[in-house]
Design a protein around this ligand. Structure first.
Ligand code: PEP
Ligand code: MN
Length: 365
């Protein structure tokens, strides 16, 4: 679908659009305190959730519409634009009635076309900018579908928020970024502003800057970060929130590089190369796993035949051969030695596991 989008969220003169504020409004005092600190830093828009879609009932589900009054005070006293999440028809009406400047759709709303349509119908005839978060699952079509539903309701001021995707497995992220997805969205809709919600991608404080920087390097238009005066005491998402001072440091630490019109191609190419690197890393890990498995088999065999684990001649042979091969591939002798020793040590550990403790102790000396 052709869309004629206008966006106030686009990066202007290389300066990212900055949205910050608490995950949830908890009290009028907490909201105002955070907003005043952030206004002093010159952010563009203040966020705060008042209707919270929580995974399980019984957790804090937001203060509800009283929070809209607090956001109004933020507007009056700081001049900041304010934004909150809407998921239902009534949320839209209440938020518009109280003059909320920007509405956002959360990941759990975008995932459900019925909910998106309900919000879109409520927006019919309104002239309010809307930010649409990606759905919780990595489904670009669903994300685009939500954008189209909101656009069809007559909203042209649309931006999107990349907040990562649910992932079942071992990862350092709360929601894995899968950067190829927002990059593809940007390729298909170059006028669409993309904001990175580093807080919900990371779920923790220590990697917030890395993710925000990555989004800037990918020429995203801005960031949305959760900021709380006392993050550890936050009623929701405590582990990922930071203080206004920490946020100030984060923004100042961002390196902003010049975007150019053919960036998309360039970024896609880089992304493609990185993807290949990730695949090679996966292969390396699989191969190492196989190697260790073999080492365990050798361990069993040696044990049965009563042979010690370490056989110096065999090890020297491996080292020499591999170092020579590495040289041909442009790998330094030093690197080969460190890498092979680490692999060898891990092999010994695996073999030792299946042999007796006496051998292990001897090898550790
Ligand atoms: C939020 O922004 O606080 C939120 C609930 O985020 P998401 O919809 O990305 O989970
Ligand atoms: Mn949150």
């Amino acid at each position: 679908m052709e869309m004629n989008l206008k966006s106030q969220f686009k990066k202007a003169d290389g300066k990212p659009y900055i949205i910050a504020g608490p995950c949830s409004a908890e009290s009028e005092e907490q909201v105002l305190k955070t907003a005043k600190a952030l206004a002093a830093q010159g952010i563009d828009c203040f966020r705060s959730g008042i209707w919270k879609p929580r995974t399980r009932p019984g957790s804090f589900e937001g203060v509800g519409k009283i929070g809209l009054k607090w956001l109004r005070r933020v507007k009056e006293e700081t001049g900041l634009k304010v934004t909150t999440e809407v998921a239902k028809r009534d949320h839209v009406f209440e938020a518009l009635k109280q003059g909320i400047d920007v509405l956002w759709l959360g990941a759990r709303t975008t995932v459900n076309p019925f909910s998106v349509q309900e919000v879109a119908d409520a927006l019919e005839g309104a002239d309010v900018p809307v930010l649409i978060k990606n759905p919780i699952n990595p489904d670009l079509k669903l994300w685009i579908g939500a954008i189209e539903r909101i656009y069809k309701a007559g909203i042209t001021q649309i931006g999107v928020i990349h907040r990562g995707f649910s992932y079942h497995g071992d990862t350092k992220y709360r929601n894995v970024p899968r950067w190829q997805i927002p990059i593809e969205l940007k390729r298909q809709f170059p006028d669409l502003a993309i904001i990175c919600d580093n807080s919900h991608i990371c779920g923790r404080r220590d990697i917030l800057l890395d993710v925000a920087q990555k989004s800037m390097d990918l020429d995203f238009d801005g960031i949305m970060t959760e900021v709380h005066p006392t993050p550890d005491e936050a009623w929701s998402d405590a582990a990922q929130q930071i203080t206004p001072d920490q946020f100030d440091e984060l923004v100042k630490a961002l390196v902003l590089r010049e975007p150019s019109t053919d960036d998309i191609e360039f970024l896609e190419h880089i992304e493609h190369l990185r993807h290949e690197i990730d695949e090679i890393d996966d292969e390396l890990i699989n191969l190492l796993g196989r190697r260790m498995h073999l080492a365990e088999g050798i361990g069993e065999y040696k044990k049965r035949n009563n042979i010690s684990i370490l056989q110096p001649t065999r090890w020297n042979e491996i080292l020499d051969k591999a170092t020579a091969k590495g040289k041909v591939k442009g790998l330094s002798e030093e690197f080969m030695a460190v890498m092979l020793k680490a692999i060898h040590q891990e092999s010994i550990n695996h073999q030792a596991k299946v042999m007796n403790t006496e051998d292990v102790e001897r090898l550790m000396q």
